[in-house]
Design a binder for this molecule. Structure first.
Ligand SMILES: [Zn+2]
Length: 345
């Protein structure tokens, strides 16, 4: 027991240069990204523009999971990774095709392999991703609207201090907008269809397609020895975007996820968690939103009206972002479209 206590103490002492977070993981703060060391060589990266990412440092090289909304975000990520390792980044895994996980792809050099499910390549190559959801509402129209609103507020503001703060916000929004212009949707150059395994020294990295759900091709990155799974937006710690979802399949895919032997989930948004009960709760939410929206649709209600009326407040305790009736209209429109597709079959 004594030797064990000393080992624990020395582990704490080694971790001393880092500040502790709520989860008590050692932290390295880069210029933009915060890295939480969740296991030996495994870091959860937050604070960038877009997805939360994962950095997996192997014997010889580095694999990252997802890369944010813009090439500028990815460059900041690449730069900050130097604070935790000097090994070269050789692999990027895109968990799915959405802009906030893949639009940093073009920032990586030709020595970097970009790996994803084959659906991600098809989506980025053929969906015209910068002229469809979720990019349109979340970025393409949101950022100019913010610039316009801030410009009006600045013109009306008399207080010099408040005016200066607004001008700072405006400058940030304008930088954001110019960085969005640099996006060149870049598909993965290595694809797989059901499972791919990378053996990196002692580390085994499994890329798993467990079924359709959040999109038609989400990858979970599973580290069996570390008992860690990176879930992208297939499973977040909060409610995920549903605009490209396959709802009943998503519930089943989450069931397959729960069958993996892991102790820690690193999601594409939100915070790390270990409780499989949250996955069950999200399955319940998906089942419920699908049923309730279907009922409204059967009453002849439009998708927009259904999005305002659908009551999911019973899920508030698991997903505190629910503050009243309603759901994201893009998700509700998708439920309508998905039901139309199914009706045709
Ligand atoms: Zn996302």
């Amino acid at each position: 027991m004594k030797a064990r206590a000393i080992a624990v103490l020395s582990a704490i002492l080694i971790a001393m240069p880092f500040a502790a977070t709520a989860q008590n993981y050692p932290v390295t703060q880069g210029k933009t990204y915060k890295f939480e060391k969740v296991a030996d060589g495994v870091y959860y990266a937050t604070g960038g523009f877009g997805s939360n990412n994962v950095v997996i440092v192997n014997d010889q090289d580095v694999l990252v999971v997802d890369d944010g909304t813009t090439p500028a975000a990815a460059r900041a990520f690449i730069e900050d990774i130097k604070a935790i390792t000097n090994k070269p980044i050789r692999y990027v895994v895109n968990t799915h095709f959405h802009y906030d996980h893949t639009d940093g792809n073009s920032a990586f050099g030709p020595e970097v392999q970009i790996i994803a499910h084959e659906y991600v390549r098809t989506a980025i190559a053929t969906f015209d991703v910068l002229n469809r959801e979720p990019f349109i509402t979340s970025q393409k129209t949101a950022v100019p609207a913010r610039i316009e609103a801030l410009t009006k507020q600045i013109a009306a503001e008399k207080d010099p201090q408040k005016k200066a703060a607004l001008q700072k916000d405006l400058a940030a929004a304008q930088t954001n907008w110019s960085q969005l212009q640099e996006i060149k949707p870049t598909p993965p150059n290595i694809t797989y269809s059901s499972k791919m395994v990378l053996h990196k020294g002692a580390r085994e990295i499994q890329l798993l397609f467990l079924g359709r759900g959040h999109t038609g091709g989400d990858t979970v990155v599973f580290l069996p020895r570390e008992r860690i799974v990176c879930t992208g937006d297939l499973m977040e710690s909060r409610l995920a975007y549903m605009g490209d979802a396959f709802f009943d399949e998503w519930v089943a895919t989450l069931g397959a996820l729960k069958n993996l032997d892991f102790a820690l989930v690193l999601p594409g948004h939100g915070v790390p968690f270990g409780d499989k009960g949250l996955i069950t709760a999200f399955q319940g939410y998906l089942t419920d939103v699908t049923k309730k929206v279907a009922d409204l649709r059967a009453q002849g209600v439009t998708a927009e009206e259904a999005a305002r009326r659908v009551d999911l407040t019973s899920h508030q305790k698991d997903f505190p972002q629910i503050t009243g009736p309603g759901a994201d209209v893009r998700g509700v429109r998708r439920i309508y479209a998905w039901m139309d597709e199914r009706a045709k079959k």
